[in-house]
Ligand binder design. Sequence first.
Ligand code: HEC
Ligand code: HEC
Length: 472
Amino acid sequence: MKRFFFLAVVFSTLAFTISRPTVSNFIFTTVNDVPDLPDDPFDYSDITFPAHLLNAENDTIDLGYEGGGIDSLSFAGITDQGATLGRVLFYDKKLSSLETMSCATCHNQAMSFAENKAVSDGLTAPTLRNSMHLNDIAWTNKEHFFWDMSESDLKTMIRIPLTDENEIGVDMDDIAQKLNATSYYPQLFTDAFGDATITEDRIAEALVQFISSMNTFNSRFDQEAENGFAGFTSQEQLGLELFSTNCNNCHSQGGHVIFGDFFPPPGFPILEFAPFIFNNGLPEDPEDAGAGNWDPAFANLFKIPTLRNIDLTAPYMHDGRFETLEEVVNHYSDEVEANEWTGEIIPPEGFGFTDTEKEALVAFMETLTDESFLTNPIWSDPFGLETNLENFHIENLVIRPNPTRDIAVIEYDNPGQKIVTFHIFAADGKLVLNEQTRSDQYTLDKGIFQPGTYFIEVLMDDRKSTAKLMVQ
Ligand code: HEC
Ligand code: HEC
């Protein structure tokens, strides 16, 4: 497969009304790859629930977290083509403002779509909190998103990382043009939605479908649950027992029948969303009030994440304070700071586990790992299967448009002040620009272009980057 480093620069001039001054808008895309997709879409929509998670009596009623079992309606909206589009969007750096980041930058499949850092590097600043794993969120805690539970609808929620200037930073006014300029999005949107129209709503919808399809139904825990945990070691069985009695009040894993329903003990604060978010006796975080950010009455409450695949998503807690599951268990055992919320669910002095019990709890949590999830191609990166050609590209080439001055600056590494040649060809093949420089940047002036499509070739020694430029 040939892999070009395409740069498509779209200069568009938008004149809304006669009185409004003409606004030039530079949009550039670094189309460095085309996704490698199967001829027939992967099967995202046919989801088989493990029998032990099925709620046979009531599975057509939206049960949310309560009741016993999984709510199949959580998956009703998933189509194979919609999730395929979502997969491409999830991994496509082209969406981000400087084309350096995708959802997958902070949500890595090998870590169950979390990241192995306490906080993630945003575009301009570290993120406030620890990146969250994305497995099983469509059904385990499906109306409560982010650590502070500030969003209750996944589709609305997804617009936040999508447009946050510190994360993907999509400019929704430009994105349709930018994605339209690729060879693959018009067809992917048509397959998913019936026509090629690109809207924010469709982007969010496709991402929701993709993320909702991410489920870990193939852990040892799931396999063993089918036969009464007979295959668990005695240590894992002890862990299961300790978990069911001490942890499951809060981490009830989607109204899991095996773990029973949540019955608030006497004196339990009445919270309509318990046990979705709570406080687990961590020291109060002066930097972060959790749900207190949107309602002071809920200060210091944080989302109770599902513990499926928890062994893979270190570090732990909203601030990534614990590196290992052993440290987490030590916290619950010996380091709890009682407060108005922990009440009787967590003893004021902590659970006081023995070493054997601590090891058993960790061993139990390890049974919640679904290895197949980490390598399943349906959730894998469709871009960049061949990386060796990278060596032939000009290093660190980026385009920084400056809309207020009608220019775009092409920057690249050139420490040896080598000769760099810029060729620009019109669509009919005619050479319209041939310039050389020893600098590490080159300025394109919109003034020299008639509307139309152009090809840019940048040459340095034996390296070459090609680019597509659209002037509107
Ligand atoms: C710069 C890193 C970064 C990028 C890029 C990023 N995220 Fe996140 N994501 C986070 C962090 C950090 C959180 C937790 C935020 C919080 O609670 O304040 C999070 C939380 C989430 C959640 C909530 C999960 C839950 O259990 O509540 C979802 C869903 C999500 N991200 C999806 C996405 C999608 C889709 C994209 C791409 C459009 C994306 N993220 C891009 C860092 C990132
Ligand atoms: C009172 C409710 C409650 C109980 C009981 C409870 N937890 Fe938690 N758990 C939480 C909350 C809330 C968080 C998130 C806290 C935060 O980040 O501030 C959490 C987080 C975690 C995490 C980290 C999740 C992640 O994605 O980073 C692990 C692991 C965990 N708990 C394990 C346990 C174990 C093991 C037990 C039993 C010994 C237990 N929990 C008991 C409420 C509880």
